[in-house]
Design a protein around this ligand. Structure first.
Ligand code: ADP
Length: 188
């Protein structure tokens, strides 16, 4: 079962979700967003959802083993192994586990796209999203915590993927179309 995967990496508010959704629909890949999956669990009041809810509301990370079990289950249910990861991996432990999982499934990592914009713009976008969508983790205190958690736990993935040669930088400032042009450019 040979397949391909693309990872979107970057701080909350950088626009990964938007870009990942468009790339997935244009390539016909499955988009796998751990944030969306967790929100579905919260909405469905599952055991995982009840556990994850307070953690997400604080802006902290849900434990690696729970995330990995959820991702494994999603990958096992795929018809074609072409996947875009959005918001995963978020820790070095998740990245190592994903490497093993991809190898097991015969999925090749096409690239890791680091979408980045400055801190002030991130906060501005997240607060704007809070007003529009009313996501319960988009208040100012949680936003600050999520940015802190990103810097501490997720930023180390930049050097991790730099050392494997998979990392591509994408400037996240600009219109969604402009950013998307950079995304497809980086993968070609
Ligand atoms: P954003 O990128 O805007 O912060 P996400 O939708 O990706 O939003 O994630 C929302 C929350 O879900 C995170 O703050 C975290 O609590 C949890 N979460 C999502 N993905 C992961 C993951 N891979 N590992 C741990 N926690 C996660």
């Amino acid at each position: 079962m040979a397949g391909d995967a693309v990872i979107f990496l970057g701080p909350p508010g950088a626009g990964k979700g938007t870009q990942a959704a468009r790339l997935a629909s244009e390539l016909g890949y499955k988009k796998l967003s751990t944030g969306d999956l967790l929100r579905e669990h919260v909405a469905g009041n599952t055991e995982l959802g009840r556990l994850a809810k307070p953690i997400m509301e604080r802006g902290d990370l849900v434990p690696d083993d729970l995330i990995l079990a959820m991702v494994r289950e999603e990958l096992a249910g795929l018809e074609a192994p072409h996947v875009i990861f959005d918001g995963f991996p978020r820790t070095i432990a998740q990245a190592r586990a994903l490497d093993r999982l991809l190898a097991e499934l015969g999925i090749r990592l096409k690239g890791v796209l680091l979408v980045d914009v400055g801190q002030e713009e991130l906060i501005r976008r997240l607060l704007e999203r809070a007003r529009k969508e009313g996501r319960s983790d988009d208040n100012e205190a949680t936003i600050r915590r999520r940015l802190e958690v990103y810097a501490q736990q997720t930023q180390p993935l930049v050097s991790y993927y730099q050392s494997t040669g998979a990392l591509r930088h994408i400037e996240g400032l600009g219109t969604p179309d402009e950013v998307y042009g950079r995304v497809t450019g980086a993968l070609s």
